[in-house]
Structures are given as C-alpha cells and as structure tokens.
Ligand binder design. Structure first.
Ligand code: HEM
Ligand code: MG
Length: 333
C-alpha cells in the first residue's frame, strides 16, 4: 500500500547528520547500491535501509532530513523514479539493480528494475558513471573521476581544486561532447535532459557542509560521497531547503537542444518533440503518457490504483507557479 507523502521538514536549518546513531558501514553481501551517490550514502549510514531497498516515503524523509532537499524536489524526483523503476504494488524501490527484495513483479513491459535501469530515469553523460552503452552505468568509475578533462582535473583547472558552479558547467559540457563523440547510442532527450543539469548542481547544493558559506566541494569530500558513499566527519546538512538551484547557470554557458545520436557517433540531432527548459509541463505530461504509459499500457486492480495514487504524488511535486495541468491517464480513485 502506498504510504502517505511526507511534507516539508518542521525544523529546516542545518544540523549534524553524521552522528553516533548513523555510523557508516561497508556494504554486506546482497546490499544494493546504484548510480546515485546521494542515496547510496544514505543507505550506507542507515538513513535508508542498508540493503538499498526503500519506500518512496523513506527516500523523501531521508533526503530532506540529511541533505535538506526541498519538499517539492524530493517528491518530484522520488515519484518519477519510483513510477518507472519501483514495484507499485509492494511500494518498494531498489536504489540499484533489479532484485527479488522488491517482491513479485507486476505484468510487464515494466521491468521494475531499480534505479540502474537505463533510459527511463538513469541516463547518459553522468559525471562519475559511464554511459550504459559502455557496460556499467551504475558503479563509481575511478577513470571518469581522475582522468584528464574529468571531475578532479576540471575542478583543479576551473575551480582551484574545488567543484563549483563554473566547474559544473564546464564538466557538464565536456561530458556531453564526449558522449556525442564516443557513444553511438547517446540520448540526451527528456527526462535525461533535465536530470543531467540538476545532478550537476547537486554536489554543490547537497554535499557541501551547511556551515560552509561557499558552495564549493573539496575533492576529499567529493571522493567520500561519490566513491565511498560516506559523509565527511561532522557533516552538517544544507542550511536551508534547496533543490535545483544553479541549474540554469550550468546550462547557460553551453546551451544545447535535447537530442540524440541518430546514426552512430557524431550524429547528434536535436529532437524538437522533446521537452526542454521552456516547456517544463511537457516533461511532466510526456513522462506520464510516454515513459510510464509504455511501461504500463493496461494496468489492473491494485496496480492500477497505486499508479493513480503515485501519479498524483508525482504531480504534487510540481510547483504551482509552473501552471501544469494534471492528467489522469488511468482515471481517478
Ligand atoms: C544521479 C536518483 C536524490 C545526487 C542519480 C541517478 C539516479 C538518481 C537514478 C542516476 C542518473 C544518471 O546519472 O544517469 C535519485 C532519486 C533521488 C535522488 C530518486 C530522490 C530524491 C539525490 C540527492 C542527491 C543526489 C539528495 C545529493 C545529496 C546525485 C548526483 C548524481 C545523481 C550527484 C549524479 C551522479 C553522476 O553524474 O555521476 N540520482 N537521486 N541525488 N544523484 Fe540522485
Ligand atoms: Mg547515467
């Protein structure tokens, strides 16, 4: 049964997150981790179940409590991922690959494959994970972290050794250029178009200690989060609720239209049907009708009821200022 959707934090200032009750533990055999360094870290500290399987409500509560992610952002991301990667009947989501721990599958074509499933939420040109075309789209990739023109090198060149907004823009552009030039299957249409820019600012907005007035991340702390899935000693969460702040500053220096390589490497072609930053509501409607719709063409019973409830929860994560009209492809409960 879907749980109720958590509201905003009551106390929303900074506070100590790496405390005695949340020791870091190495993963045990069978524990699942995936493409999101934020959620991986929460599982490794027991803010999420350490096995890496959680309910949407647990995820929203944990990202708010530990990183001060604002409520609408937390809802939007969590329900988007849950709808396409989670088990709608058992209310469980794997933060990595497919697992029996989420319970019996519903009828396909939905794969209920967890966050590592390519192309429904996870996508190309990640900063520290390889494109799915090259094999492993989920694990931390030391080469992508350390090589020339990658995370650490760009932070040294453009940020004096820190990952900041300038570095974020340079690295985002570089990763896109690399994928265009090397990945024949490169796809940078919605929803990946949006999540790529959002994830570029997440290390600044969430991994920087809330007592630090400068939004810039040291390489030591980046290594802890991205590779070790571990909070820095004495880690305090962000000082105020925050979401995708800075996203447009990452986009602005190197604007690109959503698109894909249509015929092998270096054939990047804009896709005018894809949502972009000027058509945010199209992100929502396409995600519901195309992405979710293709996974669940004709759901029945509890599955259908829970789809309706979780689509409603997803819509509840959209700011009213966006003026998006809610859609009900499976009817109302
Ligand atoms: C990447 C899910 C919250 C930080 C990802 C990816 C997924 C994901 C599926 C892989 C996308 C890709 O790179 O291909 C989620 C969900 C969240 C959430 C469902 C629920 C609210 C957070 C939080 C943080 C975070 C709170 C930071 C504290 C990141 C970063 C990446 C990422 C930095 C990019 C990794 C890279 O490019 O190498 N997330 N995430 N996420 N996530 Fe999360
Ligand atoms: Mg990826």
């Amino acid at each position: 049964k879907p749980g109720t959707t958590p509201g905003p934090l009551k106390y929303n200032g900074t506070k100590l997150i790496y405390d005695k009750d949340h020791e870091w533990q190495p993963t045990k055999s069978g524990d699942i981790r995936g493409p999101c360094p934020g959620l991986n870290t929460l599982a490794s500290h027991g803010y999420l179940p350490r096995n890496g399987v959680a309910t949407p409500a647990q995820i929203i509560n944990a990202v708010q409590e530990c990183f001060n992610m604002e409520n609408l952002t937390a809802r939007f991301l969590t329900y988007a991922a849950f709808l396409v990667d989670g088990n709608l009947v058992t209310d469980l989501l794997s933060i990595g690959g497919k697992t029996k721990l989420t319970g019996p599958d519903s009828p396909g074509p939905a794969t209920i494959g967890g966050l590592s499933t390519h192309a429904v939420f996870e996508g190309d040109s990640s900063m520290t994970r390889a494109d799915d075309f090259f094999g492993d789209n989920s694990s931390f990739n030391q080469t992508l972290f350390n090589q020339t023109q990658k995370f650490v090198d760009f932070s040294n060149r453009f940020g004096d050794g820190l990952y900041n907004l300038t570095v974020a823009a340079e690295l985002r552009n570089q990763r896109i250029k690399e994928s265009i030039a090397t990945n024949p299957k490169f796809d940078f249409t919605s929803p990946r178009f949006f999540t790529a820019y959002a994830e570029s600012v997440f290390p600044l907005n969430f991994f920087v200690d809330g007592r630090n007035p400068v939004r810039a991340l040291s390489m030591d702390n980046a290594t802890l989060f991205f590779r070790d899935m571990k909070f820095p000693v004495d880690f305090h969460r962000a000082a105020a609720p925050i979401g995708g702040k800075g996203l447009r500053d990452v986009f602005a220096p190197y604007p690109i239209k959503p698109g894909k390589n249509i015929n092998g490497i270096n054939t990047y072609t804009p896709d005018p049907t894809s949502a972009d930053f000027d058509t945010f509501c199209l992100l929502y409607t396409d995600f519901v009708t195309k992405t979710v719709g293709s996974l669940y063409p004709n759901p029945q019973g509890v599955l259908r009821t829970n789809l309706i409830i979780n689509l409603r929860n997803f819509y509840s994560g959209i700011d009213a200022d966006e003026n998006c009209t809610e859609i009900f492809p499976y009817g109302k409960v």
